[in-house]
Each structure stands twice: as C-alpha cells, then as structure tokens.
Design a protein around this ligand. Structure first.
Ligand code: E4P
Length: 217
C-alpha cells in the first residue's frame, strides 16, 4: 500500500518524507488556504516546492467547474512538474475532463467520491486515482470503510486499473482497515501516520530493556 500525506504544509511533508515511508502528497483548496497560499503564482510556486521535496505523485486540484476550464487548468498544472497529478471533482463536467486528460496521458485523481456508482463512472472515464472520503462519510453516520470495500470488489470484478486512494482519513484504524481491504493508496494527516508507530507495550518494553541494560554497571 502506498502512503501519501494529506497536507500542503511543507514542514509536515518534509517530516513524513524523512521517515522514509512517503510515496506522495495530496492537497486540496482548503489545505492550501490553511497554509495561506493564495493566487495562481503563489499556488504554482507552492506545488513546485512540494514536488521538489517528494519524489512521487502530488495531487493538485483544479478550481474550475466547467469542462473546458478544468481541462485548461489541468494542462497548466500538469506542466508545472512531472510529479503533478490533476485532481478533479466528481461532477459530470469533471468526468469529461478526466476522460480528456486521461486520453492525453495525463494522470488524474477523481476527488469528492462518496458512492460506488461514482467510483464506477470515474474508472470508466480512465481516472488514475479515485478518492473516496471515508471520514466525511463516517461523520454523517455512513460507512466510509465499507465504501472502500465495495469499490475494491467492483474494480476487481472488472480489472479496472484506477487506484483506490482512501482519503479523509481521521485516525490510524482507518489506515489499517484500508490496508486489510486492499486500498491501493491511503492519504492521511501526519498525525495519523505517526500514531501507527506508537504502542504503549513498545514504550514500556523498551523502557524495561534500557533499564536492564544498565544493570551490572
Ligand atoms: C483528499 O484528497 C482530501 O484532501 C482529504 O482527504 C479530505 O479530508 P477531510 O475530510 O479531512 O477534509
């Protein structure tokens, strides 16, 4: 399973990259706003910076909602760096844009996915990645992890090559549950990734080993 970090924060991206387990990055307009990155030039500069840190796919989301403008924006984003994957929302216009970019050999990430039907359409359009938002489904008492399982079955039934990129991850259990199901990629905040490392028995076991190692001088 590939690990992406879901942030536009450069320090967090560097920290995750230095762990040696990072395969890519996902961003979205809200994450960019959180870092106070506004305006086309600043946004493009920020994407280039992220791409210079991580040697893997970096999802950059289009702001346009109209097919032609999405395509234009997507082409411009993909020109920024070889690592860029164009992130496009799951709308009728978005699906047309995914088809167009995919036919041009440009990688896409279909975002804001909340149903198996949407996942089926995105795969048919040739999306490289599909982002089901687990946490936001859980927030409304729906089954986010269950949706990932459903999509896995559908994609396997027909050997769709679209990769399932589990998104809106809130905690380490989401990550391990997605790994059990066979999600291709998980994109998570740094904290959830770090929480995977921690276990109280590891901490107490290590403390005891260190204590015993001191015995005898
Ligand atoms: C996915 O690519 C999105 O950036 C992200 O996972 C959304 O997560 P949120 O629901 O925590 O905003």
């Amino acid at each position: 399973m590939e690990f992406f970090i879901d942030t536009a924060n450069l320090s967090e991206i560097k920290e995750a990259n230095e762990m040696g387990i990072l395969d890519g990055v996902t961003t979205n307009p809200s994450l960019m706003a959180k870092e106070n990155i506004f305006g086309k030039e600043n946004i493009n500069k920020h994407y280039r910076q992220i791409c210079s840190i991580v040697n893997g796919p970096v999802s950059a989301e289009v702001i346009a909602t109209d097919y032609k403008e999405m395509v234009q924006e997507g082409l411009a984003l993909s020109d920024l760096h070889d690592n860029i994957v164009v992130k496009i929302p799951m709308t009728a216009e978005g699906i047309k844009a995914i088809r167009y970019l995919s036919d041009k050999g440009i990688r896409t990430n279909c975002t804001l996915v909340f149903s198996a039907g949407q996942a089926l359409i995105a795969a048919k359009a040739g999306a490289t990645y599909l982002s089901p938002f687990l946490g936001r489904l859980d927030d409304i008492s729906a089954d986010g992890v269950g949706l990932v399982a459903q999509i896995r079955t559908i994609y396997d039934n027909y050997q769709f090559s679209t990769k399932i990129l589990a998104a809106s991850i809130r905690h380490p259990m989401h990550i391990t549950q997605c790994a059990e199901i066979g999600a291709d990629v998980v994109t998570a905040p740094l904290k959830a990734i770090q929480q995977l490392i921690k276990h109280p028995l590891t901490d107490s076991g290590l403390a005891q080993f260190l204590k015993d190692a001191q015995k005898g001088g």
